[in-house]
Design a protein around this ligand. Structure first.
Ligand code: NDP
Ligand code: GUE
Ligand code: MG
Length: 288
């Protein structure tokens, strides 16, 4: 029997812990704060923004939303980031991806104080993760949430063959780092990869983050593999679907995440807990 990995239930568990940690910080006079910068109207970003606003409010996290039209210029966004870097009420800053093409997203992320980089996208934090350095630093929320899901299955990382489809800074690359740091053998797949089907068919764990509905079909998957679906796509009818043909693949996989109710809620839970991490670390730094 296939196990449907319940992202909503796992997220609820994590959110309860987060709410408790928020309470403890409040007793010390600190309210964890999260600032989100959005330029334009990417549909997946709008889903994300709506859900995390709601969750932050529920958990007692102070949240600020900075919305700009798609025509906003780089200097305005840089000024916004600098003001948030200097705002003591803000512990986490996030710039929504994707950004309109005329903007330099890398430069914006590099302008975020690395200690407020709640997405873990700043080059300093990416470098720490990639080098498997010890210590406290933020890591990308979606891969962090996926690790929580895999841990819940007692997934055996050591020696596991993993195929990751998609190589973005948001998902694929940090996912690769977290998995190689756990001694998995990871193959990255992009548009130019020759014979991706053969690589995927050999994998014990398949993680799909392409933004292409129905990318992964049953015949591509090794029987008993674990399948993680990161994709968020809207059908013409307005339904939310992932990158995996869920009905087909669940007949072959040993465990699979649904969309909605899989990776998405875990991403939000990771974002909330990491906002609290940053607030706690800033308190430790202030003491030390
Ligand atoms: N549920 C959640 O919490 C989150 C969901 N998402 C969703 O996940 C999806 C991916 O997002 P993101 O990582 O930002 O995506 P990007 O659009 O930045 O990257 C897509 C990646 O997929 C690869 N790709 C696309 N088509 C194919 C193909 N046919 N064969 C092989 N590789 C392909 C691209 O390859 P190449 O590099 O060669 O161009 C690229 O690396 C989106 O639907 C997004 O909305 C994203 C973040 C969080
Ligand atoms: N800097 C940055 N960091 C991100 O992590 C980031 C981003 N930009 N841009 C957009 C993508 C997309 N993303 C989602 C997170 C949660 C849901 C989510 O809550 N999904 C619910 C949707 C439920 C519903 O509302 O129907 C689910 O899958 O169950 C969706 C999408 C994060 N992203
Ligand atoms: Mg400053």
């Amino acid at each position: 029997m296939v196990k449907i990995i319940d992202g909503k239930a796992l997220a609820k568990q994590e959110n309860e812990k987060t709410a408790h940690r928020v309470e403890k910080l409040k007793q010390k006079g600190i309210v964890p704060g999260l600032a989100v910068i959005l330029a334009g109207e990417d549909p997946a970003s709008l889903v994300y923004v709506r859900n995390k606003q709601r969750k932050a409010e529920k958990l007692g996290i102070y949240s600020i939303q900075k919305n700009f039209p798609a025509t906003v210029d780089q200097a305005t966004l840089l000024q916004t980031i600098e003001a948030l870097n200097d705002d003591p009420k803000v512990h986490g800053i996030l710039v929504q991806e994707p950004l309109p093409k005329h903007l330099n997203g890398q430069a914006l992320v590099a302008a975020i104080d690395p200690q407020k980089d709640v997405d873990g996208f700043h080059p300093l934090n990416v470098g720490k993760l990639y080098n498997h350095l010890p210590g406290n630093y933020p890591v990308a929320c979606t891969p962090r949430g996926i690790i929580t899901m895999l841990d819940s299955l007692n997934f055996n990382y050591v020696g596991a063959k993993v195929a990751i489809v998609g190589r973005s800074i948001l998902v694929g690359r940090p996912m690769q780092a977290l998995l190689i740091n756990r001694d998995a053998t990871v193959t990255m797949i992009g548009r130019q990869t020759p014979d991706p089907a053969a690589i995927i068919k050999d994998a014990d764990l398949v993680i799909v983050a392409t933004g292409k509905a129905n990318f992964l079909t049953a015949s591509m998957v090794k029987p008993g593999a674990v399948v993680i679906d990161v994709g968020i796509n809207r059908t013409p009818e307005g339904k939310l679907v992932g990158d995996v043909n869920f009905e087909q693949v669940k007949a072959v996989a040993s465990a699979i995440t649904p969309v909605p109710g899989g990776v998405g809620p875990m991403t939000i839970a990771s974002l909330m807990s990491q906002t609290v991490d940053l607030a706690e670390w800033s308190l430790e730094n202030a003491k030390g």
